[in-house]
Every structure is written in structure tokens, then in C-alpha cells.
Design a protein around this ligand. Structure first.
Ligand code: HEM
Length: 315
């Protein structure tokens, strides 16, 4: 995400032995925000308390850190004159500044919105996918076989081939179905609509009404997904997810005008990470105890430590 937003190498992979400031700040910033969501919810009946107790959504030092990071990245980009040659979020921010006179705070705000939307979501999705693969050695081996057979002579893969690996895609979608990271979507009705519930019953949703889409419940309804609690990527054989998405039953990235803006980036990140990890490591669950799933308050995630072991694959 640091590469995508600010055009910088955060060093997560290139300097893993050094303390990683961006990762530390991003994690602290998101964890604090998720923690504060429950306090904001708890004070919904008396919002004045928030002012009285000077609630903050994010810690001050992280705000300052990301504000400076944005400032320095912009300066670096302008100095190097590479603005037009790299298509990333920073170049979009620079355009906003020039064309819409966006202030520095606006730019930092946009950058941090994308960080919040893209960092924890993709990380949590990857963690769940690895856990499910550790739980299902047969699926993991099937994925590894597909990956091995796709490698070229240099033992790498190009973008188009990676995006076209069917089982990898099914593993990603099945993980997103099971975990349903954002369990409900809240939407505002823009056109008054009649919904037919049965032959005798209609429901009218008036324009302006807020509705909630029970995404998690759809994803776990056995009417649409047999044995819904099982991790079974085969259920999406032959692109079966497309029809389910069209019907509004499978919505890992929501739908409509406010659909996730980062779908392509999220899928690319997840696929590249899984590709690399499964190609090079056997992922094995270390603890015997199954980790229960539960509602963390924001998304439905695995509860407890995910204790996975990575054993090198020798080829
Ligand atoms: C596996 C990873 C991801 C999942 C499961 C996911 C899921 C979602 C969902 C369900 C929504 C809509 C929420 C709603 O309707 O209430 C959403 C919105 C959004 N997502 Fe993602 N997302 C992911 C990754 C990303 C990434 C990597 C980015 C950024 C590059 C991103 C940027 C956004 C933005 C900006 C919105 C708000 C769109 C709007 O309201 O117009 N997401 N995401």
C-alpha cells in the first residue's frame, strides 16, 4: 500500500530485519481507529461526550507521521520529475492539487482513506486465505500444482497469466465468502422500489430510506452455498461466482455506485501474495485447537492467534 499510495518502498520485504516504521504506524493507526469505532458507537445516544472527552479517531503522532510522509513523497516526486511516468495514487493526488486546488490536509485525508480501505482489508483477507489453506491440505496442494504448471522457464509468471489462474481465483473468492470481512453494507435507496417477497407480499422501499444488506448471511446461506461453513473453492468452478454476483448473493466487494474502488488492486495483491507463498512454502497449522470464528464488531474474523508454520518447498 505504501508503494501504491506514496510510491515508496516500505521495506517490508526488502529490509525485513529492520524495524518498519510505516508498518508500525499503519498498524497502530488502524487498530486505534477500529478500537475507537466501538467508543463512537457506545456514545451514539450522547454525542456531546465525544467533545467533552476529546475523542480522537486516530492517534496524533500517526496523523503527523502520515502528513509528513505525504509532504516528503510529493517533494521527492516533483524533484525527480517522474510524476507523469508512474501511475499511482500520488500522481492522482498531484492532479487533485493542480486541478481542484486540494489542500495538503485534503491530500493526506485522501491518502489515509485509501490506506484504511486497502491495508487492513487485504491483510485480513490474506491471513484468512492462508488459514483456510492450512486447514485444507488438499486444496493447498491443488493450488500449488496449478501454480507450478504455470511457471515459465525463469520460474516466474506474468501479470495476465497470474490473473487467469482459475483455482487461485476460486481460492481467493472462497476465502472472501467464508470470512465476509465487511459483514453488512449500509446503502441509501435512490429510486423508490417494490421488492417482491412472495406471490402475496410486496415491500416498498422509498427513496431516501437506508437499508442494510446482510452480506455475511447471504454468504453462509445453504440455499445458495451447500455446506456453507466448509472451505471448498470448487464451488466456484467455471466462473460460477459471476452469476452469484449478478444475482446479488455473493458480494465480497459490495456492488453498485459505491462498490469497492480497489477490487483490482486487492485481487492482484492477494493473488500475488498467495502465488509467492504457496509456490515456496507448505503452510501448516501449528496449534491443534481450531480457532473459533466470531464477530469482532466490525468484520467477521478469526479470533485468537493464527499460528501457522511455513515449511520451505524444495523444487
Ligand atoms: C480484500 C480486500 C478488500 C475488500 C474485501 C474490500 C471490500 C470493500 C467493500 C465491501 C466496500 C463497500 C462497503 C460498503 O458498501 O459499505 C469497499 C469500499 C471501498 N474500498 Fe475496498 N475492499 C478491499 C480492498 C481495497 C483496496 C486495496 C482499496 C484501495 C486501493 C480499497 C478501496 C476502497 C474504497 C475507496 C471504498 C469506498 C468506495 C466508495 O464508497 O465509493 N478497497 N471495499
Amino acid at each position: 500500500m505504501a508503494d501504491f499510495i506514496w510510491g515508496i518502498d516500505a521495506g517490508t520485504f526488502t529490509r525485513p530485519e529492520q524495524p518498519n516504521k510505516i508498518q508500525y504506524m499503519a498498524t497502530r493507526w488502524t487498530s486505534y481507529a477500529f478500537y475507537m469505532i466501538s467508543w463512537f458507537m457506545a456514545t451514539i445516544v450522547a454525542p456531546g461526550i465525544r467533545l467533552l472527552l476529546k475523542f480522537r479517531f486516530y492517534p496524533k503522532d500517526t496523523e503527523e507521521f502520515f502528513s509528513n510522509l505525504t509532504k516528503e513523497s510529493i517533494e521527492m516526486r516533483l524533484k525527480s520529475g517522474k510524476n507523469s511516468s508512474r501511475t499511482d495514487y500520488l500522481s492522482h493526488l498531484l492532479q487533485l492539487r493542480e486541478q481542484k486546488q486540494a489542500t495538503h490536509d485534503d491530500l493526506v485525508g485522501h491518502a489515509l482513506t485509501v490506506l484504511l480501505d486497502g491495508y487492513d482489508t487485504t491483510g485480513t483477507a490474506l491471513l484468512h486465505a492462508l488459514y483456510y489453506l492450512a486447514e485444507s491440505p488438499a486444496a493447498q496442494q491443488k493450488l500449488r500444482t496449478e501454480i507450478f504448471s504455470s511457471l515459465d522457464e525463469e520460474k516466474s509468471i506474468d501479470f495476465d497469466k497470474l490473473c487467469g489462474l482459475p483455482y487461485l481465483e476460486q481460492v481467493v473468492y472462497e476465502s472472501l465468502r467464508l470470512s465476509s470481512l465487511i459483514p453488512q453494507y449500509t446503502k441509501v435507496c435512490t429510486t423508490s422500489t417494490d421488492i417482491k417477497l412472495s406471490e402475496l407480499k410486496n415491500i416498498r422501499v422509498e427513496k431516501g430510506i437506508t437499508i442494510m444488506i446482510p452480506n455475511y448471511q447471504f454468504h453462509h446461506d445453504e440455499k445458495y452455498f451447500s455446506d456453507p461453513e466448509d472451505f471448498r473453492p470448487e464451488r466456484f468452478d467455471n466462473g460460477a461466482y459471476q452469476e452469484l454476483m449478478r444475482k446479488g448473493i455473493f458480494l465480497p466487494f459490495s456492488d453498485g455506485p459505491r462498490v469497492c474502488m480497489g477490487i483490482r488492486l486487492a485481487l492482484l495483491t492477494l493473488k500475488s501474495a498467495l502465488f509467492y507463498i504457496i509456490c515456496n512454502f507448505y503452510v501448516v497449522r501449528k496449534t491443534e485447537r481450531l480457532i473459533p470464528r466470531g464477530d469482532s464488531g466490525f468484520g467477521v474474523v478469526l479470533q485468537g492467534d493464527i499460528n501457522l508454520e511455513y515449511r520451505r518447498v524444495f523444487r
